[in-house]
Design a protein around this ligand. Structure first.
Ligand code: AMP
Length: 395
């Protein structure tokens, strides 16, 4: 168990708080989705109430180590001020930690909050260079990491500063760790994983790690066709990852040996072109026409997968069941989202596309946990250690 912000005395202390404010902006720099800022509010409010002097940092986009003002955190500072209903002092310096930031941090009153510039303005940040970590650390007495979305990166502001300061988690990171460790350590059975997305190769480490924990794996998305091909089906022009056919054969064999049911689609919605308006047909997987590609799971598969999800006690979902960005091929993903919403099971969604899909369909209400970190949650489920978590003090 890692220490959290509750386990340290933050009163009057300077706290370096790493958040993930990597929010989407439109062409005129307006934030189009502030969920990542909203998710950080419980920790920030707690620090304010406790009388800490909070210095918040984040990255935004990929400025590639230069102070490109297109990626300035100025819009985030405004939105954060609005959400908190109080002024957030924003000190923008191209070197991120310059004289103005040092002075402002020094002068910060208990209970107040300041935000510094995009940490990726500095080339050292993504290299986890100790010199920049120590500059960041020099601003504070305690490091609180609440940026789950970047916890799989060993960067100065996500892990390096912990070499210089006592490090604990914020509430968001704590919640993410609780749900994901719960899945890996002590899931209620039956435990089902729903996997989709485009490439099998990307999901092999995940499947390998889950084979010792889950009872059933439901496969959808583009990756299903390589697995179907490995089983001897003709898949027409569907997405095929030739190089992963042997891997697919091996992983299905391993699943069998471990008594894990690995279900593949039994029917699929096919079209001639990768286009929303390409006329489609739904066929069983042994009847995929040679000139068509599978773009979604069919109705029989949806029903089958729904039944498994409804009968599970724990379900984790990573990757869409079809090309959900196109309305005509979104039904399979919607059916999974609906089942996730309807089941009594503990349901966890691993961020990224599946989280976007659940939101697109307005079905997030019934989900136990939707992760804020696509990449980080995937690495956690693969059994990898996350640098942004590992660097925190143990209880
Ligand atoms: P990934 O980036 O590997 O998580 O895959 C997500 C992408 O897979 C989404 O953009 C989906 O549109 C895409 N996808 C899902 N099903 C299919 C399919 N049957 N054929 C091609 N792409 C798919």
């Amino acid at each position: 168990m890692k220490k959290t912000v509750r386990d340290v005395d933050v009163r009057d202390k300077r706290v370096f708080l790493r958040c993930d404010f990597n929010v989407p902006l439109d062409d005129s720099g307006v934030i189009t989705d502030d969920r990542r800022i909203v998710s950080a509010l419980p920790t920030i409010k707690y620090l304010m109430e406790q009388g800490a002097r909070t210095i918040v940092a984040s990255h935004l986009g990929r400025p590639k180590g230069v102070a490109d003002m297109k990626y300035s955190l100025a819009p985030v500072a405004n939105r954060l001020s609005e959400l908190l209903g109080t002024e957030v002092i924003f000190v923008s310096e191209p070197e991120v930690v310059g004289p103005a930031v040092k002075d402002a941090a020094e002068a910060l009153e208990p209970g107040s909050v300041m935000l510094i510039e995009n940490v990726r303005f500095r080339p050292e940040e993504t290299k986890n260079d100790p010199s920049f970590s120590s500059e960041l650390a020099s601003l504070a007495d305690i490091f609180v990491n609440d940026a789950f979305g970047t916890a799989h990166r060993a960067h100065c502001s996500t892990a390096g500063v912990a070499d210089f300061l006592p490090a604990v988690s914020g509430f968001l990171l704590e919640k993410e760790i609780r749900f994901f460790s719960g899945l890996l350590e002590d899931p209620e059975k039956p435990f089902t994983a729903v996997l989709g997305g485009s490439k099998v190769a990307d999901k092999i480490p995940l499947i390998e790690n889950l084979l010792d924990k889950v009872d059933t794996i439901l496969i959808g998305g583009g990756m299903a066709y390589t697995l179907l091909k490995a089983k001897g089906y003709e898949i027409g022009t569907s997405l095929l990852d030739e190089d992963s056919i042997q891997l697919s054969i091996d992983i299905m064999k391993k699943a069998e040996e471990k008594n894990v049911k690995m279900l593949l689609p039994v029917d699929t919605v096919c079209a001639k072109e990768f286009k929303n308006d390409s006329p489609s047909v739904c066929v069983d997987v042994d009847k995929i026409p040679a000139d068509m590609m599978g773009l979604d799971i069919g109705e029989k598969t949806q029903k089958l997968y729904r039944k498994v999800i409804m009968e599970s006690a724990t379900v984790v979902w990573n990757g869409p069941a079809g090309v959900f960005e196109m309305d005509n091929f979104a039904a399979g993903t919607k059916a999974i989202a609906q089942a996730m919403n309807d089941t009594k099971a503990v349901t966890v969604i691993g961020g990224g596309d599946s989280a976007a899909a659940v939101r697109k369909f307005g079905l997030e209400e019934g989900i136990s946990h939707i992760s804020t970190g696509g990449g980080a949650s995937l690495e956690f489920l693969e059994g990898k250690k996350l640098p942004g978590v590992e660097c925190l003090q143990d209880k």
